[in-house]
Design a binder for this molecule. Structure first.
Ligand code: ZN
Length: 243
């Protein structure tokens, strides 16, 4: 197994200001590889630019629910009206070729001793939300690597296979042999844990550490673009409160 420093990016959601801040930080931190737990698009105003950046970085991306619904002509009636409106808007921003890129994304990927999934490995296409250890339990039966990264809730958190929960904001997690970790990397483009700073993690496969990073970014520009695009005002407001 080669040693590498991975930036694990989740729920970018078309927020270019947040993504470029994270990528600048990752470069400074000596990151060598980029992977993503999905939802590159949806909610914010720059879906195409964010998607193209992922491709330029050769980033391994798994499919999020927004990536799925923006690339499949399926009914949006299960969606919150806000989300449904943005999904239609996002579809219109993407070229056929970009939609095809989203359409071929895999539901989960295992590589270099870890796994990427947007929601859970037990039923990845049900888009279940894992907020607590009970919800993580079914998932662990399908996790065959010591580390699995996920997203979807936009709340960074770590579960181990014993069901212990630990919040690890801007802290270092040491991966211990024999443990299994299900790690939510938080959201680059729309944090929902009450902290508006963008979130991602750096996984160092040699040091066996997972570092949670939080960064302030140019929120005002991201908000201005949402308003200019005519997207719901609530989407601009929520960025400022991190909810
Ligand atoms: Zn999301």
């Amino acid at each position: 197994m080669k040693s590498a420093r991975y930036a694990v990016l989740g729920d970018i959601h078309g927020n270019w200001e947040a993504l470029s801040t994270v990528l600048a930080d990752a470069a400074e931190q000596g990151v060598t590889e980029y992977v993503s737990v999905g939802d590159v698009v949806g909610y914010n105003a720059d879906p195409a630019a964010c998607l193209e950046k992922m491709r330029e970085l050769n980033c391994v991306v798994v499919r999020g629910n927004h990536d799925h619904y923006c690339s499949h002509e399926e009914s949006l009636h299960d969606f919150h009206p806000l989300a449904a409106k943005v999904i239609s808007w996002t579809r219109d921003q993407l070229s056929e070729e970009q939609i095809e890129y989203l359409r071929q994304l895999k539901m989960h990927v295992s590589m270099d001793g870890f796994t990427l999934v947007h929601s859970t490995l037990d039923m990845p296409d049900h888009w279940g939300y894992v907020f607590d250890s009970l919800e993580a339990e079914a998932h662990f039966n399908y996790q065959h690597t010591s580390v699995c990264f996920y997203g979807h809730t936009h709340v960074p958190v770590v579960f181990d296979k014993l069901g212990r929960v630990t919040r690890r904001d801007t802290e270092m997690l040491k991966i211990e042999i024999g443990h299994k970790y299900f790690i939510n990397v938080g959201s680059v483009g729309q944090p929902r844990d009450g902290d508006p700073r963008c979130a991602y993690v750096i996984y160092d496969t040699e040091a066996k550490t997972v570092e949670f990073r939080r960064l302030t970014y140019d929120l005002a520009t991201a908000q201005a673009k949402i308003r200019e695009a005519g997207l719901p005002e609530r989407l601009a407001e929520r960025l400022a409160i991190g909810k």
